[in-house]
Design a protein around this ligand. Structure first.
Ligand SMILES: *Cc1c(COP(=O)(O)O)cnc(C)c1O
Length: 466
């Protein structure tokens, strides 16, 4: 069937009122938040695209599962559903529940990562990088070169470069405890990884006797892209494709706040019984008994139901086309973004829109602040504020290749009208051009500074020059 708009395969049963507060109030909130949108009260936000993490609308079935969740401390019915659903989808034997993705990273890396280690990944997500670096190890990004060219159209820009991986094996040898593959590649524009690439990476890892783990927060969106874009995959179900993808690896960490369509939850799943045993020992100290891992029984039940729902191909088609449509509207305005549109988000190219602001002046943060001020929209910088880091060889501070502003689209939440409003507002902010001022950091914490840091327009002036 031909249709103009991606058709929602659901109807709305519950609504939540939102308001656009007046501009003077937005100005005050931005000042009080010290230009860090993470600190603006949610009630003062009109369209919240800060993240797609934990912001999904749950289905009637998920809410029903929550009401009938089993709160037994050990071996609850909800745990059994959670464990068996994850085993069925991933094929991995051991499932370790925890409250979110970074807890899964902490548990796995706590067992496997040591000082001096080097962990290759296509691109580490921010918490993944922090969890590697926190242990005195190096987080090495090995995404393919196409993945670093924001305007290039290519189907699988999330692929990990096997050449770069082999070079890392040659250089670091047994300092590499495992390799990770992030699907979709969140920090590189929500771009997918092909099944062919997963097979190659897997072969390279296993030839070196090193396990491969997936950071699989968006495994279903990734599988949908494979079905649409990879030759020979069109006639398989998304579930079959996802399963074969999981088979290439030895385990995974997952933030269930993404493709499990829930507000909280995560897990580690893997085949190695010894590593699973060590993780479970840590789990009992840090998160909870191995059959709930810091979650309520009802949370486990909602994850299990969400994992079943996310594999619905009508849902995935609507989901990914809704994001692509925001891109098409931006195209009409000539607003540049990382191409093609990602699975869960659009990544605006702040570097090219605000070429007068150097990375040290945080062009992505300046755009994000202005987008809130102009339209009440909350986005998230993915650039130098989030990812400036020390080069392991030279010891110098280096900026990431791209300065992006991510518009993350929560699942099943916003209408086409609301997203049209967002695309049009982005064009208005782009039109401010050189009037937008750089920002400087007033205070920052030692790790993950973008969450908590305080900023101001450079020299203490206005964000938008008159
Ligand atoms: C969100 C995310 C994480 C971290 O998960 P949290 O649930 O936020 O702790 C890790 N990796 C990727 C790719 C993510 O998108």
């Amino acid at each position: 069937m031909d249709r103009e708009l991606p058709f929602e395969p659901y109807r709305t049963k519950v609504v939540e009122r939102i308001h656009r507060v007046p501009r003077e109030e937005r100005e005050r909130h931005l000042r009080e938040a010290e230009f860090n949108v993470f600190k603006i009260p949610s009630d003062a936000i009109y369209v919240d695209l800060l993240t797609d993490s934990g912001t999904s609308a749950m289905s009637d079935r998920q809410w029903a599962a929550m009401m009938t969740g089993d709160e037994a401390y050990a071996q609850s019915r909800s745990w059994v559903d959670f464990e068996s659903t994850i085993q069925r989808i991933t094929g991995y034997e051991h499932v370790i529940p925890c409250h979110q993705g970074r807890a899964a990273e902490n548990l796995l890396f706590g067992v496997l990562v040591r000082e001096q280690h080097v962990v290759p990944n296509n691109i580490h997500f921010d918490t993944t990088r922090a969890n590697v670096e926190f242990r005195g190890a190096v987080a090495l990004d090995c995404v393919c070169d196409e993945g670093l060219d924001p305007l290039l159209e290519a189907p699988f820009k999330g692929n990990l470069s096997v050449e770069k991986l082999e070079a890392a094996f040659a250089k670091y040898g047994d300092r590499i405890p495992f390799v990770m593959l992030t699907i979709t590649n969140n920090s590189g524009g929500g771009q997918p990884v092909s099944l062919a690439n997963a097979r190659e990476v897997s072969a390279s890892c296993h030839a070196h006797g090193v396990p491969l783990f997936l950071d699989c927060a968006r495994f279903a969106e990734n599988a949908w892209f494979i079905k649409r874009r990879e030759p020979g995959q069109q006639d398989r179900t998304v579930e079959e494709i996802a399963r074969e993808f999981f088979e290439q690896a030895d385990g995974c960490t997952m933030s269930a706040k993404k493709d499990a369509l829930v507000n909280i939850g995560g897990f580690v799943a893997l085949n190695d019984g010894d590593v699973a045993g060590s993780i479970s020992e840590r789990l009992i100290i840090q998160e909870g008994f191995p059959t709930y891992g810091g979650l309520a029984g009802r949370d486990l039940a909602a994850v299990a139901e969400g994992l079943r729902e996310v594999l619905d191909e009508e849902y995935l088609t609507y989901r990914i086309e809704q994001v692509a449509r925001v891109g098409e509207r931006l195209d009409r305005h000539g607003v540049p973004y990382l191409r093609p549109a990602g699975g869960h988000a659009i990544y605006l190219d702040a570097k090219s829109m605000l070429s007068h602001i150097p990375p040290s002046g945080f062009p992505g943060v300046s755009f994000t602040a202005a987008l809130y001020l102009e339209a009440g929209i909350r986005a998230c910088e993915i650039g130098s504020l989030m990812f400036e880091h020390t080069d392991p060889d030279s010891g110098e501070l280096v900026s990431p290749e791209m300065e992006l502003v991510r518009l993350a689209i929560p699942r099943r939440v916003y209408s086409h009208t609301q997203l049209d409003y967002v695309a049009d507002a982005c064009a208005r902010v782009r039109d401010l051009g050189p009037r937008l001022q750089p920002l400087e950091i007033v205070w920052q914490p030692p790790a993950l500074r973008h969450f908590l840091c305080r900023l101001r327009p450079s020299g203490g002036g206005h964000l938008i020059a008159t």
